[in-house]
Design a protein around this ligand. Structure first.
Ligand code: PCA
Length: 156
């Protein structure tokens, strides 16, 4: 089994949570609420209001999310959703379980090759699609073909 920390649309009550609960995608089990040990910028960006954890340690907040245990099949399906490694990049980081105060390595989907203007956005402590920011997430199937990742990530 693998531990994954989700901070965005995969959390409970958020638009992509069904990916984690759909048994066709594999197995997942909620372990607890989690918080990053390091500070990182959590922003909402693009016209589709996508949450991104930017890989810039030391900037932003200790970001809160949820820790899940998932099987290999679920991890592969999450990689498809997040378009790892082309878009988000999945790597292991230290996460604090807020229920037990234990620290564990968890997989996290970061945006690493981001355009610098993303650092001018508001930094959140935790993501909610229904937050007072009013920035409603647009699911992928609703996006238009002009959706170009290069506007906010460097191409490899
Ligand atoms: N889904 C992943 C990364 C960002 C997103 O919207 C998550 O919830 O962790």
């Amino acid at each position: 089994m693998h531990r994954v920390f989700v901070y965005g649309t995969l959390k409970k009550c958020e638009p992509n949570h069904h990916w984690l609960t759909d048994t066709k995608n594999g197995v997942s089990k909620f372990i607890g609420d989690g918080e990053t040990l390091e500070k990182y910028p959590l922003v909402i960006a693009t016209k589709y209001n996508i949450p991104f954890l930017l890989y810039k340690p030391g900037t932003g907040n200790n970001v809160k999310g949820e820790i899940y245990e998932v099987d290999e099949k679920m991890l592969k399906n999450l990689d498809i959703l997040e378009d790892h490694p082309n878009f988000y990049e999945r790597d292991q980081y230290l996460l604090k379980n807020l229920q037990t105060n234990e620290t564990n390595q968890c997989w996290v989907y970061f945006l690493k090759k981001f355009q610098p203007y993303l650092l001018e956005k508001e930094f959140y402590t935790s993501y909610s699609n229904n937050g007072s920011h009013g920035l409603k997430y647009s699911e992928r199937y609703l996006r238009t073909p002009d959706y170009v990742a290069k506007d906010y990530v460097y191409q490899k």
